[in-house]
Design a protein around this ligand. Structure first.
Ligand code: FPP
Length: 277
């Protein structure tokens, strides 16, 4: 794939949006890793009297807008649940349409990814994807491999249980070979065997379309992620709503199972006795 050399530029960003992003950055920490369950493409299309694929096509516009705005805000990792293991059970016409859209988008967006200094990676059983998708993915991964500003990870033919199962299989093989002692298996070791080994756990998980489910996404990795669920369907989820999600994240107090700061003083035994009595 021949690409013109391009430099990083956000020239097409409006002044109003730049100001809004400054506000988001000034109001608290920007999540290092945002992961998104993009849902509601089909319902969005059906509400408009269109076929489901029309919704997926519109969803690509949201992918572009959210990817670009995350990079501009300084998010380091963006993971998008683009095709789950369970999605293989959809009608073949929808699967073919989605795969076609993926190839088309990769072709079209390769330059933009490069211009924005974004590195593309994937997680999931990409070997199950049609050859044309694998080829296009391979090319864009290669072209963007040295990019530094943000990593865009597409979860394709992915499921959390598949990821954990593969890790357990590999750990078992390494135990059998003697390269791991079963007593050394801990959180960090398991994380290092997952497909996301090189990516920090998500700080914020966004799900669109109002469903309160995780749908077999990053099951191990989301242990301490903050969740943001919006009724907005994915094709309508654009940067203004991303900013809202980040504002909401910034207001949360992440305790990782511990107590609030300043609440960790030893409780006097007289108080404990009072509670027990
Ligand atoms: C969920 O909506 C969405 C998907 C299964 C696919 C997401 C794909 C895209 C946004 C387009 C291609 C992606 C890239 C990365 C270029 P749904 O079909 O489950 O909607 P529904 O819940 O309303 O039926």
């Amino acid at each position: 794939m021949a690409l013109k050399p391009l430099s990083i530029t956000d020239n097409d960003q409006s002044e109003e949006d730049k100001k809004l992003q400054e506000k988001v950055k000034a109001s608290g920490a920007i999540p290092t890793h945002i992961a998104i369950i993009m849902d509601g493409n089909g319902r969005w299309a059906q509400q408009k009297g269109n076929i489901r694929l029309f919704g997926h096509k519109a969803g690509v516009e949201s992918v572009r807008d959210i990817t670009e705005s995350c990079a501009q805000l300084g998010v380091q990792h963006l993971t998008l649940y683009a095709f789950s293991t369970e999605n293989w059970s959809r009608p073949s016409s929808e699967i073919n349409g989605l795969m076609g859209l993926l190839v088309q988008s990769l072709r079209k967006e390769a330059e933009r990814l490069r211009r924005n200094d974004i590195k593309l990676v994937t997680i999931g059983q990409t070997g199950r994807l049609p050859k044309r998708c694998q080829k296009e993915l391979g090319e864009v991964i290669e072209i963007t491999k040295d990019n530094k500003r943000m990593q865009l990870c597409l979860a394709l033919s992915y499921s959390g249980r598949w990821d954990i199962t593969e890790a357990v299989k590999q750990i078992s093989r390494d135990v059998q070979k003697g390269s791991i002692n079963p007593d050394d298996v801990n959180d960090q070791l398991i994380s290092s065997y997952l497909s996301t080994a090189a990516i920090p756990d998500p700080d914020l998980i966004i799900r669109t379309s109002g469903e309160y489910r995780i749908s077999n996404f990053l099951l191990w990795q989301l242990a301490y992620s903050e969740l943001y669920i919006t009724k907005t369907f994915w094709p309508d989820f654009r940067r203004d709503e991303l900013y809202r999600a980040i504002f909401s994240f910034q207001k949360r107090e992440r305790r990782y199972g511990k107590v609030k700061n300043g609440h960790n003083k030893t409780v006097p035994s007289s108080v404990i006795n009072q509670i027990r009595s």
